[in-house]
Design a protein. Structure first.
Lengths: 216, 290
């Protein structure tokens, strides 16, 4: 349908001034909020992710696309309450690990995950291992993201995973790690389930690992 | 005007606003540099030495040395790295670590007056780093952040600078041995971010007259052709009071941009340094062509 393409394009082009009217027009046509998200916003963000991954798009462009998506979500989310047809991709909890206050990478991953239909819980920066344990125990996410931007703080990713093991919650979640100094090798060393070099790969990794997870 | 002097065994460097801008080479830092991280883990000091020489050839007056890789004994590696770099080049060093034990070991082994990178406004940092700076008679970079992270406004950053300077004063660390970094966030995430840094820098200079450093490359994170943004920002920061930026002098255009800014600021009589650097570049280009 044309309206989905218009919404998706508005996200890709970051037209946050236009998105409200487009979403309203879709709703007026009797299209459900869930469908607007899935067929319009998510498709747009997926394309933004591809362009960013391939070096066509730069960070400010991703941020303005995310702003456009969030503007639309602020209208659509209230309509989703009680909607049983809502596709439940999963819950994603993310934080920047202890000792590290960098938040750009974490925010980008949050926005991409939200765009892909995850329910996102962002617990902020400089998050101590015990806080991760507490939040995971309470909120029971499917996937957890640990962000670290310094070679001196990536060790906190290890400590966090160890704390999760000790608390007995490690196997309940899929753990993804990311950040400038992190690589697959480090992810393997510390026993993470996956590594993503950027926000758009993080979404793919999360979905892929969720599918492979044995259903409990 | 406050003048910061640091020195190695063989060379002294003075930082002041009426002198040419001092370049602190940032390359010896394994964050995001897999090859260097591997070299450090393997104790491949030749690679570290090569990085030191390249930066000094490209115009660095001071070299930052950081060996922060998870899972190593940072004290041991930092001392070894300082030894290796000192064998390769004679410039003074900026000892970069967040581990007080490593800082103490490095300062204890260093022959000269080093610059410490860094102290923040966090209580834990003030209590551990400043006494070391005092004990070893070093100079120190003061980062304008504290327990609450990096303040979003000019007032907040200036307040952290004030707090660190007060504490250093009380310990008897000379004011001229503090170099303030008002912190740079990327304009890729917030297009007003650099304005805060520029204005906080002017404010700190007006209030304390201290020297200023800046890890300027952060400004362009997430954007294309980063060198152009870095160069423009450095020039504007120099106008605001920056005297000792932490940069990659081997990146295209950075050293020239700083030399050009110094020339514009009236710190390069007869454009002698600018022209000398131009000739050196031409010579190097000719050598490459042959």
């Amino acid at each position: 349908m044309e309206i989905f393409e218009q919404i998706s394009n508005a996200v890709i082009e970051g037209e946050f001034g236009e998105i409200t009217d487009l979403v309203q027009s879709a709703l007026d046509q009797g299209i459900g909020a869930n469908e607007v998200i899935r067929e319009g916003l998510s498709k747009g963000m997926t394309e933004v992710g591809r362009r960013f991954r391939e070096g066509e798009y730069f960070m400010p462009e991703v941020l303005v696309s995310a702003k456009t998506m969030n503007t639309a979500l602020s209208i659509l989310k209230p309509l989703l309450v009680g909607d049983t047809t809502q596709e439940n991709v999963g819950t994603f909890l993310i934080g920047t690990v202890k000792g590290d206050v960098h938040d750009i990478g974490k925010n980008m991953v949050s926005m991409m995950m939200e765009g892909a239909g995850f329910r996102v819980i962002d617990i902020g920066v400089d998050v101590k291992p015990e806080v991760f344990v507490k939040e995971i125990t309470e909120k029971q996410p499917d996937v957890v993201g640990l962000s670290a931007l310094l070679s001196t703080t990536m060790i906190s990713q290890k400590e966090t995973i160890e704390a999760l093991k000790e608390a007995g919650v490690r196997d309940r979640v899929i753990v993804l790690v990311g950040g400038a100094p992190v690589d697959q090798n480090w992810a393997n060393t510390i026993g993470a389930d996956g590594y993503a070099p950027n926000a758009s790969v993080a979404v793919e990794k999360a979905k892929e690992l969720l599918q492979r997870r044995p259903h409990s | 005007m406050l003048r910061t002097t640091i020195f190695s065994e063989k060379r002294e460097v003075t930082i002041a606003r009426d002198l040419p801008t001092i370049l602190i080479g940032e390359r010896i830092n394994p964050t995001g540099k897999r090859k260097l991280a591997t070299a450090l883990m393997e104790g491949n000091w030749d690679y570290v030495k090569e990085m030191a020489i390249k930066q000094v050839e490209a115009g660095a007056h001071v070299l930052d040395v950081n060996v922060g890789v998870g899972g190593i004994d940072e004290a041991e590696y930092l001392v070894a790295a300082i030894k290796a770099v000192s064998e390769a080049v004679d410039v003074p060093l900026c000892i970069d670590s967040s581990d007080p034990k490593a800082l103490a070991a490095a300062l204890g082994s260093y022959k000269g007056k080093a610059l410490v990178n860094s102290v923040t406004g966090e209580e834990g940092s003030l209590e551990t780093v400043l006494p070391l700076v005092k004990q070893y008679g070093a100079a120190v970079i003061a980062l304008c952040m504290d327990e609450h992270g990096c303040a979003v406004d000019v007032e907040g950053r200036t307040a952290v600078a004030r707090k660190i300077i007060d504490r250093a004063d009380r310990l008897g660390i000379p004011r001229e041995d503090i170099i303030v970094d008002c912190l740079t966030m990327t304009v890729g995430a917030d297009s007003k971010a650099a304005l805060v840094t520029l204005e906080a820098t002017s404010r700190v200079v007006a209030e304390f007259d201290v020297n200023i450093t800046s890890g300027a490359s952060n400004i362009s994170h997430g954007l294309p052709v980063r060198e152009v943004i870095n160069a423009a920002f450095l020039a504007m920061m120099i106008a605001a009071g920056l005297t000792a930026p932490i940069v990659d002098p081997t990146a295209p255009g950075i050293t020239q941009a700083i030399l050009a800014a110094d020339l514009v600021m009236g710190r390069d009589d007869y454009a002698a340094r600018y022209i000398r650097h131009y000739r050196k570049m031409m010579k190097a280009a000719a050598a490459r062509a042959n």
